[in-house]
Design a protein around this ligand. Structure first.
Ligand code: HEM
Ligand code: SF4
Length: 255
């Protein structure tokens, strides 16, 4: 929490303007949001109707049955997440990137029908947090929060009481050196190879706004790579495109 507050103060200072760039810069806040979504995915069951028979890992799945994937269980698998019961936002840091393991971190689903609004949802939640946490102090005033699984969307079990109090001053002590800019790791890299999974691409064009000379979205709303081995001066922009691609469609090989 301290680190999130320090980051918010470092990015916003006395200026409360929430911009697209400022929301990208609050990377620690984003990791805390991701970790909350990992431990408490609002959609805890994803359902599919099986249209035709298929085999999966030795199981026969007949047409007409239902297949359920649960993010709540997937997010607690030890094979995918280190110490999965622990609230540990650093698991999403550039050194660990546990959110990049294919189909492990799935609060927004995965594959072709992955949530269309995931990029927007992150921006929205981060904007709300950036405003609320700087204006108010929150504390739990009762039992620890438990999940209520009765509805379609999981929420906190009632009563869920918190106490909040307006902060005297928005100024919070910034911890020097804790602000991390998105996507920078300072590692000099000479070569980069880009591949994209056009099956996963949903045509959000985040990649083209980051690196317009490298990516293009065609009339079919699928990405095309214009330059699969871009010059080193573009590497940082391509890393940002990969990082912010909401569907994880971009893969990079560096070195
Ligand atoms: C924290 C907020 C959100 C969460 C946790 C979430 C979660 C999900 C999940 C898990 C799916 C996949 C369902 C499945 O596979 O059966 C999904 C699909 C979808 N979501 Fe979201 N969502 C969020 C916000 C949004 C927002 C803000 C929008 C729109 C602006 C949105 C639009 C959609 C759409 C259109 C689909 C269907 C995609 C398809 O079937 O191809 N979602 N969402
Ligand atoms: S590759 Fe990712 S960011 Fe680019 S258009 Fe496709 S989904 Fe969007």
């Amino acid at each position: 929490m301290k680190e999130v507050m320090a980051e918010l103060e470092a990015v916003y200072g006395e200026d409360d303007t929430v911009t697209y760039q400022s929301l990208r810069d609050i990377v620690k806040t984003e990791r805390a949001v991701k970790e909350t979504l990992r431990l408490h995915p609002p959609l805890f069951m994803l359902l599919r109707a099986v249209m035709q028979d298929f085999e999966y890992k030795g199981y026969h799945v007949p047409a007409g049955s239902r297949v359920v994937v649960t993010p709540y269980v997937a997010h607690r698998m030890r094979s995918q997440f280190r110490d999965p019961e622990r609230f540990d936002p650093d698991r999403f840091s550039p050194e660990r990137e546990e959110d990049k393991i294919p189909f492990a971190f799935i609060p927004f689903g995965g594959g072709r029908h992955k949530c269309m609004g995931s990029a927007f949802a992150y921006l929205q939640v981060k904007a709300i947090i950036a405003v609320l946490l700087r204006a108010y102090e929150f504390e739990l005033s009762g039992d620890p929060i438990a999940s209520d699984f009765h509805g379609l969307v999981v929420g906190p079990k009632q009563p869920c009481r918190i106490r909040y109090r307006r902060r005297r001053s928005k100024a919070v002590h910034a911890v020097p050196g804790t602000l991390e800019r998105a996507g920078t790791n300072g590692r000099p890299v000479a070569r980069m190879k880009i591949t994209v999974d056009t099956d996963l691409c949903q045509g959000h064009a985040v990649c083209t706004s980051e690196a317009p000379t490298v990516f293009e979205v065609g009339p079919d709303e699928r990405v095309r790579v214009l330059d699969a081995s871009p010059a080193e001066s573009l590497h940082e922009r391509v890393r940002l495109a990969r990082k912010h691609c909401p569907t994880g469609a971009i893969t990079l090989v560096e070195g």
